[in-house]
Ligand binder design. Structure first.
Ligand code: FA5
Length: 350
């Protein structure tokens, strides 16, 4: 019986040495290790042996089976490497004298303006925060003094997930988390909270030249002792004059948002029509750009900050509308349209 094992091993090694491709190798594997293969046959033949002989012979056949499997695996690796090498060698050579592909991509105008705003606010000591697009009802509404069934929710109908979470309708949804993140350094070390958080917002609403169902806002908050409306106006004016690099006509009028008191609407004179009135500004000559106000005491309390001791302002800049004004884009829908022909006109000015 031992001779049978030795001669089978020799036969296998001779056949294996001649194999040059993976499909022939598979044939050898089946011929030796398959259900009807030669090694399997040896095991079947053990029926005629005594118990003691069977033990010894079985161990030897298993050893042979292991060795055959190892050699096949080794050969598979070797042949695969050879095939890859052959494929690489058959590829056309890379010609470094070829001219580069000149059709390069460019940053989306929203990205350009977002980065510009981030730079401006960073230079004034604000941190830039990232926040999720899927939020809870508490984050988007309850923590902002908008309880269930409050009429302010009607203005911000959004898309709900089956688990009760929602796509955020406003970047204000991150306020509560920001207060909780920084309140300890405010209270214990006297470091003011100064943060901006840009992000994509979603609303279930009809679209027109200045309304999209998916758009970007950039929220900003500042909380410290003795923060007042003057601070708010200073930061808003600085941001707008830096973005536009010229004087822009703005107006501040009262506005209602449950999370600020007092609240304002900051509008800019429409730069598409020069204030004459057009579809981009709903024929009013003004565009609602950046609602803002002093943070409501209930909102500070929800963030673990004592409103008796600290005050703050918040604003919610309509980033997509700012982009329209900066680049003279008449219809907001062009920004989400994905047309490279229109979007590639804007280049990275960094
Ligand atoms: C808000 O979303 C408040 N969270 C803003 C805020 C923050 C107020 C902090 C006070 C303090 P409003 O729904 O007005 O407010 O949206 C803010 C800005 O986002 C608008 O002025 C506008 O520029 C932009 N915006 C709102 N809806 C759309 C829309 N459907 N398409 C494009 N831009 C929009």
């Amino acid at each position: 019986m031992d001779n049978k094992i030795i001669s089978l091993k020799e036969k296998f090694e001779k056949e294996l040495a001649k194999i040059e491709n993976l499909s022939d190798l598979e044939g050898v594997r089946v011929a030796y290790l398959g259900k009807k293969g030669s090694v399997t046959d040896l095991l079947k033949g053990m029926k005629e042996l005594s118990n003691d002989e069977r033990k010894v012979f079985g161990a030897k056949v298993n050893e042979l089976k292991g060795a055959v499997a190892d050699k096949i695996a080794e050969k598979t690796k070797e042949l695969k490497e050879k095939e890859i090498e052959k494929e690489i060698n058959s590829m056309p050579e890379f010609d470094i004298s070829m001219p580069p592909n000149l059709e390069r991509g460019s940053y989306h105008p929203i990205t350009l303006v977002q980065r510009q705003c981030e730079k401006i606010f960073k230079s004034m000591g604000f941190t830039v925060e990232d926040y999720s697009e899927v939020v809870t009802d508490y984050e988007c509404f309850e923590s902002l003094n908008i309880p269930k069934h409050h009429p302010a929710r009607d203005m911000q109908d959004t898309y709900y997930l089956e688990n009760g979470q929602l796509l955020k309708s406003q970047t204000s949804a991150a306020q509560n988390a920001i207060y909780k993140k920084y309140r300890d350094s405010l209270i214990n070390d006297g470091v003011p909270i100064k943060a901006i958080f840009p992000g994509r917002c979603f609303r279930n609403e009809a679209t027109d030249a200045c309304h999209e169902n998916t758009f970007f806002q950039m929220e900003g908050v500042m909380v410290d002792k003795d923060i007042s409306i003057s601070n708010l106006i200073y930061f808003m004016k600085t941001m707008l004059s830096e973005v536009f690099q010229k004087d822009i006509k703005v107006r501040l009028r009262p506005g209602f948002f449950p999370f600020v008191e007092p609240g304002f609407e900051l509008d800019i004179s429409c730069l598409i029509c020069g204030g004459e009135g057009c579809p981009s500004c709903k024929h009013s000559g003004w565009l609602e750009l950046c609602p803002c106000g002093m943070i409501h005491p209930e909102v500070l309390k929800a963030g673990g900050i004592d409103p008796e001791e600290y005050t703050g302002f918040a604003f919610g800049l309509g980033l997509t509308r700012l982009v329209m004004m900066k680049y003279g884009i008449k219809d907001i829908r062009d920004l989400n349209g994905g047309s490279l022909k229109s979007l590639s006109q804007f280049t990275d000015d960094e």
